[in-house]
Write a protein that binds this ligand. Structure first.
Ligand code: GLC
Ligand code: MG
Length: 247
């Protein structure tokens, strides 16, 4: 049995510093028999595989794509995970509700999946303006009797996901599926869509180049199990592997 589930975001976390990535790939290569490696990304599977090719990323056991709205495990779609996502999820109704809003621009078809509805904000928002925007949107969904997670990233990206989806939920699902304890899980990220997995009951590492919305959350919550690394990108993941009591 392997000792560690390593779940990492791709853009601006694992990917962004080629030298650090090369060092990390080397370390992971030597530990490969002890680690379940999972990429958890906002990208579609096609987009994530393209990045893998371009950056020379190791082949993981799991791909949690579309912000944890789809899971490929050892090359096969995880059907039990898919079934969970169908609960309380009405994508057409959500899309209908938001169709006429001038402040939301639908992302391209390549970024839409059956369990992910994604928009760009017409005007980027940070700080209190971003918070207020999220609150208003949640209230509008509640008023319409619709359930969805509202995930806001990088000042301008908005994802609506089924209540059971997300990077945190998929990390917890895999932890249990693999029969690991929470302290045998490490999640790594940089932006708003990583918040759910960095706030879980396991280890986390936030890169030094984290986005403002993630930093704002961290300042409020400061989970004991989250390392705020002073290293950026892959260097922060190495930092976590070297300093946290993981292996
Ligand atoms: C990726 C996805 C996009 C999503 C964003 C934030 O960039 O391509 O659809 O909105 O991540 O989760
Ligand atoms: Mg990222």
């Amino acid at each position: 049995m392997k000792d560690l589930l390593l779940v990492t975001d791709l853009d601006h976390t694992l990917v962004g510093d080629r030298q650090a990535l090369a060092r990390l790939n080397q370390t992971l290569g030597t530990l490969r028999s002890r680690i379940h490696l999972v990429y958890a990304t906002g990208r579609s599977l096609a987009g994530a595989r393209q990045l893998q090719q371009q950056e020379g990323l190791l082949e993981p056991e799991g791909w949690a794509t579309g912000v944890g709205s789809a899971l490929l495990w050892c090359g096969e779609p995880d059907l039990a995970w898919d079934r969970r996502l169908q609960r309380h999820w009405d994508r057409p109704a959500l899309a209908g509700l938001l169709a006429n809003r001038s402040d939301l621009i639908l992302q391209p078809a390549s970024e839409q999946t059956p369990c992910k509805l994604s928009y760009e904000l017409a005007e980027p928002r940070t700080g209190p303006a971003a918070h207020q925007f999220e609150q208003h949107l949640r209230a509008a969904l509640q008023q319409a009797g619709l359930q969805a997670q509202v995930v806001f990233s990088s000042g301008c990206q908005l994802d609506l996901l089924p209540p059971g989806a997300g990077k945190g939920a998929v990390s917890g699902y895999l932890q249990q599926k693999l029969g690991l304890r929470p302290d045998q899980v490490l999640c790594c990220g940089d932006s708003g869509n990583d918040r759910s997995m960095l706030g879980g009951p396991w280890w986390g590492v936030m890169v030094s180049n984290a986005r403002p919305e993630l930093l704002a959350w961290w300042r409020q919550v400061r989970p004991d199990t989250l390392l705020r690394s002073h290293h950026h990108h892959g260097g922060a993941i190495l930092h976590a592997l070297e300093t946290l009591p993981l292996l």
